[in-house]
Design a binder for this molecule. Structure first.
Ligand code: GDP
Length: 444
């Protein structure tokens, strides 16, 4: 079983939580130790493990209880989500050039499966209706050129080969000219690998890259490579500049280190994986499926997802009810503004939430500052005041007390109260619009 050792290593973590009611800072210590050990045994590099443990721990103590979900199940879900993130989140598609041919340069150490991948990739793209050509650039291994020619015939893709006496950069230039003549959609160049990274190899690759100006530079990595993958990927990325990686031999008895390391250390995603010696054994890399396989707990994951969905639904319905009965209070207000502030910080990180593009960092900082001020005032309100904002609206002494307690002015407290009532009106209108089906008016 792929990554079997990692899977069983992680299992130890879940069992430690049986019988607990909720995830706490204290009761996750042991499970975290198990997760850490399992990852290190899977040969994931230490800095990656450390960061991973940190984000899982933060998530674990920061997420509230989900109704009906046990803490161990919840931790499985959190680890899964973090594994998916670690591996790049979404599937990363190959990028194609605007004008043909798209050039894909393959690099990597010797024996990792580069030559095989070249032909597999051509076959893979051919199935998508793209015409391909291969360039044989592994001039230090005559057998590699023969091998590529044979594989090319097998998948019915032309191979440009010019022997071993010509420099790879020259082969690249000639091959690319040939591809233009043939009008192919995609050119894939196989290059020489060494047993270890050396300067001559890097210089040669740089030269080839300069000649080809490739759209994709993919580092082929053997899945058996453990934490050395970190140094390998980093070096190739810094020296050559890669756009992604292809992980080979995933069908073998690998521990998983490389799969979990590549994206985190280089910022470049694994785009494809090879899981066998046949030409059809190349497929896109799906971080979520991979995480699912590693954890081996698909049923738990979908169960927790459903429970989360139900909870979100209930919260939304609850809010709707409150708005309808004009019961939207300071507690809800706080929840709402915090969500908005969170989205703001996210927008700053991602920089691309639709519709948030026009918000400047200064505006986000301003909004976050406002949330802090509101929080300070709401925090010193009594529970009754939070639930019945009318109490504050009607009583200057109460507003004065809140102002003094929070170190704000009475005017700021009055503004906050007014804002809440405005929000009630606005949300009520919005609800009416949503139920009535007409477009919201943008006046207020
Ligand atoms: P190169 O030196 O990087 O060009 O490596 P090759 O393409 O010659 O492959 C080295 C060996 O690995 C060959 O025996 C391939 O059949 C084998 N190989 C390549 N990819 C895979 C894979 O995904 N799974 C398995 N099991 N073997 C593979």
């Amino acid at each position: 079983e792929m990554f079997g050792q990692l899977t069983s290593g992680l299992e130890a973590a879940w069992t430690k939580l049986k019988g607990e009611d909720v995830l706490t800072k204290e009761n996750i210590v042991e499970p975290m130790r198990d997760i850490r050990r399992a990852l290190l045994e899977a040969d994931v590099s230490l800095p990656v493990v450390k960061r991973f443990i940190q984000s899982v721990s933060e998530e674990a103590v920061g997420t509230g209880v989900i109704k009906g979900v046990r803490p161990d199940q919840q931790l499985v879900k959190i680890v899964s989500d973090e594994l998916v993130k670690l591996m790049g989140g979404e599937v990363s598609e190959l990028v194609f050039a605007k004008s043909a041919p798209t050039v894909i340069l393959l690099a990597g150490l010797q024996g990792v499966g580069k030559t095989t991948v070249s032909a597999k990739l051509a076959f893979y793209l051919k199935k998508q209706g793209k015409s391909c050509m291969l360039i044989a650039g592994d001039v230090y291994r005559p057998a590699a050129i023969d091998q590529l020619v044979i594989l090319g015939k097998q998948v019915d893709v032309p191979v440009y080969a010019a022997g071993t006496q010509i420099k790879p950069a020259v082969i690249a230039r000639q091959g690319l000219a040939e591809a233009r003549k043939k009008n192919v959609d995609v050119v894939i160049m196989d290059t020489a690998g060494r047993l270890e990274i050396d300067k001559a190899m890097m210089d040669e690759l740089k030269e080839v890259k300069r000649v080809l100006n490739p759209t994709e530079v993919l580092l082929v990595v053997d899945a058996m490579t453990g934490q050395e993958a970190a140094a390998l990927v980093t070096t190739f990325n810094v020296e050559i500049g890669i756009t992604g990686a292809i992980l080979t031999k995933l069908d073998g008895d690998s521990r998983g280190g490389a799969a979990l390391t590549v994206k985190e250390v280089s910022g470049k995603p694994i785009k494809l994986v090879g899981r066998g010696e046949r030409m059809e054994d190349l497929e896109p890399f799906y971080p979520d499926r991979m995480a699912g396989r590693i954890l081996g707990m698909g049923d738990v994951l979908s169960f927790v997802e459903k429970a989360q969905e139900v909870m979100r639904q209930e919260e939304a319905e609850d809010l709707q009810k409150k708005i309808k009965s004009a019961k939207f209070d300071f507690n809800d207000f706080l929840k709402q503004t915090r969500t908005v502030a969170k989205m703001g910080s996210m927008a700053r990180v991602v920089g691309m939430i639709p519709g948030m593009g026009k918000i400047t960092p200064a505006q986000i900082r301003e909004a976050e500052k406002n949330v802090k001020i509101m929080e300070a005032m709401i925090e010193v309100m009594t529970p009754e005041e939070r639930e019945n904002p009318e109490l504050l609206a009607e009583s200057p002494p109460r507003r004065r007390r809140v102002a003094q307690g929070s170190g704000k002015t009475e005017q700021q407290v009055s503004q906050l109260v007014a804002q809440l009532f405005q929000m009630r009106v606005r949300m009520k209108n919005l609800m009416g619009v949503m139920e009535g089906g007409s477009l919201p008016s943008m006046e207020n």
